[in-house]
Design a protein around this ligand. Structure first.
Ligand code: SAH
Length: 218
């Protein structure tokens, strides 16, 4: 049985990571504070313990990745999370992004298409700390019509296009943050669904994500 400990050394490394994120341009203190409160090394293999607080992505199971802290901070900042927000996340992966949202007081509905990664969420070590995260095994292109509408939608895989069903599941005034394919990279977009149902699209930096794939995988 793995023993999960958050030592002073881990906390010190985490503070340094947060300082780096600030230097790289993250200004939302509620986002920085959430990252400062979450032991990222809990989400990684023990072999990666020493480098868990470097600002880089790491492999998890099934050829998937835990996003780079800068990417998580960037997407979260764009999402303008408020306590009580109901948020749909596509791509549960390591659960790190979902934990950041829960730490900020959001109710998180997160979907993963890989069976094994979904099964792993049952043993999530911070389950007790974040009871507001609900896990679903399914295809993110479909969203979660039963639980819609959402205040915010965040896609953490490279989307080939903006999934229409996810737009339908947003509240008026709701926001979506989504990296959309432009060849080798993805452009980070923020879509706002206006009260008259028109959409406002804002474009930000380029990133590199694993692909958003259709259908479920066993
Ligand atoms: N948010 C994650 C990032 C994981 S990487 C974290 O914090 O660690 C992207 C994840 O999206 C992968 O686990 C991949 O399996 C998943 N994914 C890709 N396409 C998907 C889809 N259509 N529906 C749900 N999950 C999807």
């Amino acid at each position: 049985m793995r023993k999960f400990e958050d030592t002073y050394r881990h906390k010190g490394l985490r503070k340094k990571l947060v300082d780096q994120l600030r230097e790289k341009g993250i200004t939302d203190e509620t986002v920085l504070n959430a990252i400062n409160n979450i032991p990222r090394h809990f989400f990684l293999d023990t072999a990666l313990d020493n480098i868990a607080y470097e600002d880089r992505a790491f492999p998890i199971a099934e050829g998937q990745t835990i996003s780079q802290p800068y990417t998580v901070a960037y997407q979260t900042q764009l999402l303008q999370v408020k306590p009580g927000d109901k948020i749909l996340e596509i791509g549960t992966g390591s659960i790190f992004q979902a934990s950041v949202l829960a730490e900020m007081g959001a109710k998180v509905f997160t979907i993963e298409r890989q069976k094994l990664l979904f099964e792993k969420t049952k043993n999530f070590v911070l389950k007790g700390k974040y009871p507001t995260i609900k896990f679903f095994y399914g295809d993110g292109f479909e969203g979660l019509p039963t639980f819609a509408p959402f205040d915010k939608v965040i896609i953490t895989a490279a989307a080939p296009f903006i999934p229409p069903k996810l737009i339908e599941q947003m509240k008026p005034g709701g926001k979506m943050v989504i990296p959309v394919d432009e060849g080798e990279h993805q452009r980070m977009l923020r879509i706002t669904r206006n009260p008259d149902d028109s959409l406002t699209e804002e474009a930000f930096e380029n990133f590199s994500f694993v692909p958003m794939l259709a259908g479920k995988s066993r």
